[in-house]
Design a protein around this ligand. Sequence first.
Ligand SMILES: *Cc1c(COP(=O)(O)O)cnc(C)c1O
Length: 397
Amino acid sequence: MANQQAQSSSSPVRATLLPYGQQWLDEQDIEAVVQVLRGDFLTQGPAIKAFELKVANYVGAKYAVAFTNGTAALHGACFAAQIGKGDEVITTPITFLASSNCVLYQGGTPVFADIDMNTYNIDPAQIKQKITARTKAIIAVDFTGQPVEVDQITTIARDHNLVFIQDAAHSLGSTYGDRKIGSVADMTMFSFHPVKHITTGEGGIITTNNELYFRRLLMFRSHGMTRNLDELTRNDGPWYYEMQELGYNYRMTDIQAALGVSQMDKIDSFIARRREIAKRYTEAFSSMKGIVIPAQHDLADSSWHLYVLRWIPEFFNGDRKAIFKALREENIGVNVHYIPVYLQPYYQQLGYEQGICPNAETYYSSAITIPCFPKMQDTDVDDVIAAVEKVYGRFLK
Ligand SMILES: *Cc1c(COP(=O)(O)O)cnc(C)c1O
């Protein structure tokens, strides 16, 4: 009761909740979807190819295969990389569940390598330490949009004969040196969930320069089935199709793909706006002691899916939970990305123990994601900054 009275002594910075991320659709997007609805093909039509081509061209990859969602796309990548029972795949604990669940789907074993405390991305030195005779692949995640150390990881993968899969759900449009993410790893996954850079409602894609992976992804997406004459083991006639592997129905619809094509027209302005917002945050927060702003990589240019602030506990009266709640009371839709995957009950039951990635756990205990999405108005950005400053002032020792 006393607590409630203390809080009501000042009104929130905003009257309504600002989410941490949200799609931006316009009339062109709506029209693109309506056109499909009026046409002949709701699925397996021409929009899929058009979308795949557009994404492949944008990232500078030879091939792209669209999926129902990013998780299915990651599953496809694990299949294409021939991950199976007994195979180990090294990934980061600071990611969404899907980055390691996709390994479990294939009967493989996720192995968690700790993060670098600067970028919060998987630490290449930790990857090396986790390699065994059973390691088959690395799934590296461009957390928040900041690309992983792609050169180092490419070298590690080559030296140990591993497949390098990049989970780029956060990093469409990010660059590393002069290369766009999506053209670098053996396979790269992008997600089109509404909070990501562009949306198809649900959707995902794998980009690759490898023809074998491309063919395997196509097959996997559609029941493990092929009609390609050069892939058939026999041919009963013009109707003939053949199932050679166990696949799924992971096909994106044309409704989604048409939305994706239309959204891709706006990708550059979306990213420019995200970078603008991130710059304003960095200017506002970089001199606040006790707060750690995201590190900027020398070689990389992030497309800023997320903006994370770390609140170093020693500087504050009240823990992260109290600070988080205070920001929510200001109607700022803060979030936490992510709970280390191996701390999930399902993973604990599989035998993963607390403490295996100490940096990830330290990171988790102090991280708060603040809103960052292109549709945010300047006044929304002002509100976030004002709320952070207000809560900071209240909690600073
Ligand atoms: C969103 C996301 C995924 C999964 O993508 P969906 O399209 O939601 O299935 C995987 N990895 C990361 C890091 C993500 O943020």
